[in-house]
Design a protein around this ligand. Structure first.
Ligand SMILES: [Zn+2]
Length: 159
C-alpha cells in the first residue's frame, strides 16, 4: 500500500470509528488531502475535484469543519484569510514554508533536532498522539519586488 493509500485508509477508518457517514463530499475531501503531503486550501480542494464530484464551496467548507472537529483533519496555517488543511494521520508532523503573498507552500526537509525534541516531549510528558506543526512565513522569490506596491490583502490570491 503506498503512502497516499495508507493516509486515506487511516482517515476512512477514523471516520468509521466515529460513525461519520462517508458522504461523497467527505470522501472527495479526504482523497484530495491524502494525495499530498502538502496542506491544501479550500480553493485548492475545489480545483482538485473531478467534474463528476464537484461540490459547492459551502459544502466543502462544512465538510472540512466537521472533519476538523473530528480530528481527522487539522489546519496548519493561514495566508490571505485562507487556511491550509492537512490530514491528521499519525506521523504527519511536517515543516512548511509559505509565501505570505501568493500562498505558495512547500515542505521543508525533516529536522532531526525537532524530531528528537518531539520524541523527548512525548516520553517525558507522557503524551500520546502528539503532533507538531512548524510553519515559516515569508515572501517567495517570485513575489519579491512586488511587496511594496499594494496593500497585502489587495494582492491577488493564488488559487
Ligand atoms: Zn509568492
Amino acid at each position: 500500500m503506498n503512502e497516499k493509500d495508507q493516509r486515506l485508509d487511516w482517515a476512512l477508518n477514523r471516520c468509521r470509528a466515529l460513525q461519520l457517514r462517508l458522504t461523497r463530499s467527505r470522501r472527495v475531501v479526504l482523497e484530495c488531502l491524502a494525495a499530498s503531503h502538502l496542506p491544501a486550501t479550500l480553493d485548492m480542494i475545489l480545483q482538485a475535484q473531478q467534474p463528476e464530484d464537484v461540490s459547492d464551496p459551502a459544502t466543502v467548507y462544512r465538510t472540512l469543519m466537521l472533519l476538523k472537529e473530528a480530528e481527522v483533519v487539522r489546519s496548519v496555517g493561514t495566508v490571505n484569510k485562507a487556511a491550509y488543511y492537512l490530514l491528521n494521520a499519525p506521523g504527519q508532523h511536517v515543516h512548511f514554508l509559505i509565501c505570505r503573498r501568493c500562498g505558495d507552500i512547500k515542505a521543508l526537509p525533516c529536522c532531526g533536532q525537532l524530531d528528537a525534541l518531539h520524541n523527548t516531549i512525548s516520553s517525558s510528558e507522557g503524551y500520546s498522539r502528539l503532533y507538531h506543526d512548524l510553519t515559516f512565513y515569508g515572501i517567495c522569490p517570485k513575489c519579491q519586488g512586488q511587496e511594496d506596491e499594494a496593500f497585502p490583502s489587495k494582492l491577488p490570491v493564488r488559487c
